[in-house]
Ligand binder design. Sequence first.
Ligand SMILES: O=C(O)c1cc(=O)[nH]c(=O)n1[C@@H]1O[C@H](COP(=O)(O)O)[C@@H](O)[C@H]1O
Length: 225
Amino acid sequence: MNHNPVYLALDLPRLDAAQALAQKVKDHVGGLKLGLEFFLAHGHHGVHEIAKVGLPIFLDLKLHDIPNTVAGAMQAIHVLEPAIVTIHASGGRAMMEDAKAAAGEHTKVVAVTVLTSLDDDDLASVGVKARAEEQALRLAELAHSAGLDGIVCSGHEVGAIKRQWKDGFFVVPGLRPADATLGDQKRAVTPRAARDAGASVLVIGRPISRAEDPAAAARAIEATL
Ligand SMILES: O=C(O)c1cc(=O)[nH]c(=O)n1[C@@H]1O[C@H](COP(=O)(O)O)[C@@H](O)[C@H]1O
């Protein structure tokens, strides 16, 4: 079992490019994350191909719909036996309960609290009056009480959430090495800071995938942990 907490986000439209990148970095990451860009283009076949690399697969589908529809979607990906699947906590308690009930027993179902691309002003613009940390804590509590395995949050709030939910499984994206560009991430921290604050999984995409030498970038991040 590889204990490296880094999951590489394979946010690439082409299957061959995703396979090549996964092969390059496979010894320096602990798992591979396939999101909407990849899954909508390549579906189950693509997941089977990437699984051949031999690392755990995190299927980041961020499901958000009525409970019956989300439960059906979870059943449709059951055969892929992903290690981790995402849903949105803002879908509510019943949606989260039904999603967990429909998931395979070896799949961790985790709920996205507040996207790392949003700040307090973005939340206000969609009618959420709470600050990002307060909202993330509220949704984490709801996910916990709905029986989920854990949540997705930024490195800014993972410490506070872990204090309330000691054995939770915490996925932290929005990670940037000290000198890296933020891009669309607004609540970013370094991989080391997220790890120290209690993250179980560190999701990293562009700082590795867009590096000139992705394997060297992954090694350099691994060395900071
Ligand atoms: O669920 C996620 O993984 C996720 C949640 C979140 O709040 N923010 C976030 O960036 N992500 C994902 O984490 C990855 C971050 O990629 P980079 O910004 O390129 O490192 C992307 O695949 C996002 O879809």
